[in-house]
Each structure stands twice: as C-alpha cells, then as structure tokens.
Design a protein around this ligand. Sequence first.
Ligand code: SAH
Length: 242
Amino acid sequence: MEKEVLIPDADPMGAAIYDYYVNGNADTLIVHSSMFEDDEIPVESLFRSLEEMPELERIALHEAQGRILDVGAGSGCHSIALNVLGKPSVAIDISPLSVEVMKLRGLDARQINLYDESFTEKFDTVLMLMNGTGIIGTLDNMPAFFGRMKQLLAQGGCILIDSSDLRYLYEEEDGSLMIDLADDYYGLLDYQMEYKDILGEPFDWLYVDFDTLAFYAEENGFNAELIAEGAHYDYLAKLTIS
Ligand code: SAH
C-alpha cells in the first residue's frame, strides 16, 4: 500500500480547498473517472458546517468519543464540528494544502498517510467520512487496512466509516442488477482530480456495500455494526475489534 503524501504541485483538491479558504471562492474541482463522465465537486460542500452535514455524518460525530482521529480530513470540516461539540481531534491528510488550511483553522492537523506505520499514536475513535471506505482503495487492501486499524485503535476503540452501495447505478427498472460477475467488484472506481492547471495522479477509490464490508471485517478480526442508513444506498458502520 502506498504510504506517500502529496506534493503541492500535484494536490488539486488541496489547491481548491486553499483557494476557497483564502479567497472565499474557488474554480471548478473536476473528478475524472474511466467509468463515468467528468463530474464536479462543489468546493463549498467541503466546508460544510455541522448543520449542513448529512445525517449519517452528524450521527458519527455524536458517536465519536475519547481521542478522535479524523482520517482524510480535507478542509477539516468534521474536526471543526467536533470542536463545536467540545470534542478535540487529530486530523490527518496526505494533502499538504489541506493540512495548511486546517492549521490556519486552528486544528491539530498533520500531513500523514493513514498507512504510514511510523505514526504510532492510538485513538478511541477513528473517523472516516464522506465515503470513508474510499481510502481503503481496493478489496485486496482490506487486510492491510484492518491490520493498520489494529495498530491505531486503543483498547475498546472503534472506527466510524461511511460508504454507499453503488448497486443503484446498475439497477434495472424491475429491480434486477446488470452486473457482470466476471468484472471487478462494482464499487471499485478510479478517480483523478483536476483543478486549474493541476492534474493529480489517478487513484483507486472504493465504495463498498455493508455486507461486503462486514464480510471483510469478520475475515480480519473485526465486527461490523450497521449504525444508520441514509436515503440513497448510503450507510454508517461501526467497526470494532472482535
Ligand atoms: N473527510 C473530508 C474530505 C474527504 S475527501 C470531508 O468529508 O469533507 C478525501 C480526503 O482523504 C482527501 O482530502 C484526501 O487527500 C485524503 N486522503 C486520501 N488518501 C489518504 C490516505 N491514505 N491517508 C490520509 N488521507 C488520505
């Protein structure tokens, strides 16, 4: 598993976050994928407040307790909201410009890759939100992900992670699924971000349905509990060491 961090010249999302924080607006943040037409991430949505967050995220923030690690924290919106709730956190991200913004926002933010084992602190809650399973990358990486979580979790700790079941993209009108079983798992996407003249490296991004996540959790010594379901095939799960 890649343990590197990004450099500012190849950090499109961080550049968008930085622009928005400093200027109050940003250009278009484009997401390319070989599976879809180009899409756009509204940069202001990365700065959502507690009230603006989807319910699954708010539930996660209320569930979070003890020492909290905000993984892939972006602009730091969840850590800011946690502060509002009186719960301090440590925020990590591979994006140098995002980390710079989070520091400007007064957060304890560090430029660290989740998979970098030289980061040895332990946490009661590991938060991974806005399709947090994305950072797992591929199903093949599940053992490495759960192994890393065993290192990061304090006794009795938990991971709060959200995702969506992308089956709806393949659903026919009669409810049957048009999925070729010989293909890769349907939630495995490749993404590449672009902002102004900055094109990031392509990366794997995993959406995973709850049953598949629970299967891999069990294989790797974890329990998966379904905490809540959203309106659009999305859910929040709590993973604990079994
Ligand atoms: N959680 C934020 C941002 C989500 S975007 C929000 O909800 O708004 C995903 C973030 O994860 C990006 O900022 C990206 O830089 C970061 N990221 C991706 N891979 C990572 C890794 N291996 N370790 C730490 N951060 C990572």
